[in-house]
Write a protein that binds this ligand. Structure first.
Ligand SMILES: Cc1cc2nc3c(=O)[nH]c(=O)nc-3n(C[C@H](O)[C@H](O)[C@H](O)COP(=O)(O)O)c2cc1C
Ligand code: SF4
Length: 396
């Protein structure tokens, strides 16, 4: 079966400031179907059948997450994660800017399914355009009775609030995000308990990535079975390819296919060196490894042989040094020292002691930090050491 465009179908064709445009292309049919013919259990079943998995990086099964919260009684929350502070990744922002109503419809369906009456969109504070568009979209959804009390005349109610973060990378991590909404310092919490048990204000909470949520209207409208046969993913292509930007393609697309078909191949005169897959926290892949499917958040940076690896190392380690929240010593100190060593490496002043320390720090980040950010800080540098030989004596 040909893969439909589930998320990007109407990008550029509808005005994101006009709900009528979304309604004219069949928007809110899924919510109408939910209200008229379904109930939360049926919707949950469809999402479970669909096999929808999280698009925020970890790939957790969405239906399984929702079920834990749906089973619990009392106050609950649904949060749309639109923090997206990772360099080279902007797919979620483009969803909000190009088709905000698909996101709202997804949030409404998700919240009603898990039994939440209040939902937050945790929006990166730098996304001013997305904020304006989403604010307008929420107003229009309320005017059309898709939001508020008695949604489409039913017993269901939901309020959606936009919460602007300050653009800290750690606040994309779900427990840090929850801390941030609660008015606390944006740093991760110990797990368990997981947010599904004790999340926002101590209540059961689902946190989902914006792309994950934008798939939900299609699933409710067309059925989980169909989705499982033609699921897609947004890929963000950057670097030395001919066509940079966001493309929607079948799940399981290999790196090679993404570079050649979605990215149109290498730019003229540029030779492939490696690809970084998954943003600043992504692993590095050599040409011989490109037959594997793309995993993680879907960002691909294609690096050609003229690139300066030291500049890349400085940008990766500088990013994590700045973004470490400082809660745990191995990451607070490790990201700092790693960046310093890379600075000496780039200046041609690296000593044997630095090389040893670098390997120690990488191990420490990989194995001892409080949250995954520490591990992420080591990933690309580790691959630069192991695959590109960056600190070996014969690296030029
Ligand atoms: C350091 C760090 C940053 C993260 N940033 C984001 C982010 O910007 N957006 C996002 O959706 N998930 C992010 N995540 C993953 C979230 O913690 C969480 O797994 C995700 O929002 C769940 O949604 P999903 O199941 O739909 O993928 C981050 C995780 C870590 C450790
Ligand atoms: S690993 Fe880094 S970001 Fe995570 S808690 Fe420790 S200091 Fe904070």
């Amino acid at each position: 079966m040909r893969n439909p465009k589930i998320i990007t179908e109407h990008w550029g064709k509808i005005d994101p400031l006009k709900i009528e445009d979304y309604l004219n292309v069949g928007g809110y049919a899924a919510l109408k179907k939910f209200i008229a013919k379904m109930d939360p259990q049926k919707a949950l079943d469809e999402v479970k059948i669909s096999g929808l998995s999280g698009k925020g990086g970890a790939g957790f099964l969405t239906g399984a997450k929702w079920e834990i919260v749906a089973k619990q009684k009392g106050e609950k929350y649904f949060i749309c994660n639109l923090d997206e502070s990772e360099p080279g990744t902007y797919k979620d922002r483009l969803i909000a800017e190009n088709n905000p109503q698909i996101l709202l419809e997804g949030i409404i369906l998700a919240a009603l399914t898990v039994g939440a009456k209040k939902s937050y969109i945790y929006l990166n504070g730098n996304f001013e355009k997305a904020r304006e568009i989403l604010e307008r979209a929420i107003e229009q959804a309320k005017e059309n009775k898709f939001l508020g009390s008695k949604i489409l005349g039913s017993k269901y109610l939901l309020e959606i609030e936009i919460f602007s973060g300050a653009g800290a990378y750690i606040c994309g991590e779900e427990t840090a995000l929850i801390n941030s909404i609660e008015g606390n310092r944006g740093e991760p919490k110990i797990r368990p308990p997981y947010p599904t048990e004790a999340g926002l204000f101590g209540k059961p909470t689902v946190v989902n990535n914006a792309e994950t949520i934008a798939n939900v209207p299609w699933i409710i409208q067309n059925g989980g079975g169909r989705y499982s046969e033609c699921a897609t993913k947004l890929f963000v292509l950057g670097g030395a390819v001919k066509k940079r930007g966001v493309a929607e393609a079948p799940i399981g697309t290999t790196m090679k296919k993404a570079i050649e078909e979605l990215g149109g191949g290498m730019q003229r005169g540029k030779d492939f060196w490696f690809a970084q897959v998954g943003g600043a926290a992504g692993r590095l892949y050599l040409e011989k490894e490109l037959d594997a499917p793309i995993t993680g958040s879907g960002a691909i940076l294609v690096v050609d042989k003229t690139a300066n690896l030291y500049d890349l190392l400085l940008s990766w380690t500088g990013f994590f040094r700045r973004e470490s929240c400082g809660k745990c010593v191995p990451c607070r100190e490790g990201t700092f020292r790693l960046n310093e060593i890379v600075e000496r490496l780039a200046d041609g002043e690296i000593s044997d002691r630095d090389k040893e320390a670098m390997l120690d720090i990488l191990w420490t980040l990989e194995n001892t930090t409080f949250c995954p950010l520490g591990k992420f800080a080591a990933t690309a540098v580790r691959d630069a050491v192991d695959k590109l030989g960056v600190v070996s004596t014969n690296y030029e």
